[in-house]
Design a protein around this ligand. Structure first.
Ligand code: HEM
Length: 182
């Protein structure tokens, strides 16, 4: 155990707090626009190229920031488990939190795999070549859609748990993910 994790702290590191809220915003927008506008805009419509450009750039940013966030999480001290001696609840919470790192990485990697298979970087960022008629039939597309849906469910569950702590249990757990000292 390193010196930092041996210390007891009340809240997460400020860098982790900043990354948490920035990634929350980016992922909600990415998932929202991905499963509505992007998914339902045919590839032969001119606005599809712009939508894909924004989606791919944001997806890559999410991947990089999530990996930085994981490194910060592993290197900094964090508050003790929320449920004290209730081991099963602590394990469930930890699994959920690690899944919140793993799923965005897998979603981005499957998106990148699909992009490579269909030559998207050339078409979308350099204007060379054409989009395929659609992306169906690619295993990476199916995996990407499934991972996105799992991520939506996980983020919704995570947000509901935070609201439950804030408004039902009123235990101030949300303060751990805030900037305010004390
Ligand atoms: C964490 C990052 C990402 C998230 C959360 C995300 C989310 C989504 C969602 C929700 C959809 C619609 C899926 C469906 O409902 O079936 C989608 C489609 C797609 N995404 Fe991503 N994505 C991410 C990263 C990427 C990256 C990095 C790329 C490529 C570099 C990419 C390329 C695509 C493509 C090509 C589609 C298909 C659009 C279509 O079927 O018309 N995504 N993404």
């Amino acid at each position: 155990m390193n010196k930092q994790t041996a210390m007891t702290v009340k809240r997460y590191h400020a860098a982790l707090v900043a990354l948490h809220w920035l990634l929350a915003l980016l992922m909600v927008v990415e998932l929202g626009l991905g499963s509505t506008f992007l998914k339902h805009t045919p590839n032969d419509m001119p606005e599809k190229l712009l939508a894909l450009r924004n989606h791919m750039a944001a997806g890559n940013l999410i991947l990089i920031l999530t990996l930085i966030r994981l490194a910060v999480r592993l290197k900094t001290a964090h508050p003790p488990p929320a449920y004290g001696t209730r081991v099963a609840w602590n394990q469930l919470t930890a699994a959920g939190h690690y899944a919140l790192y793993l799923l965005p990485v897998l979603a981005a990697v499957s998106g990148l795999a699909l992009a490579v298979q269909t030559d998207l970087p050339q078409v979308v960022f350099k204007g060379i070549g054409h989009l395929p008629a659609d992306f169906s039939g690619h295993a990476a597309r199916a995996a990407h859609g499934l991972l996105a849906k799992l991520l939506i469910v996980l983020i919704a569950g995570h947000a509901l748990a935070a609201l439950y702590h804030q408004f039902v249990r009123k235990d101030g757990l949300l303060r751990r993910m805030g900037f305010k000292q004390g």
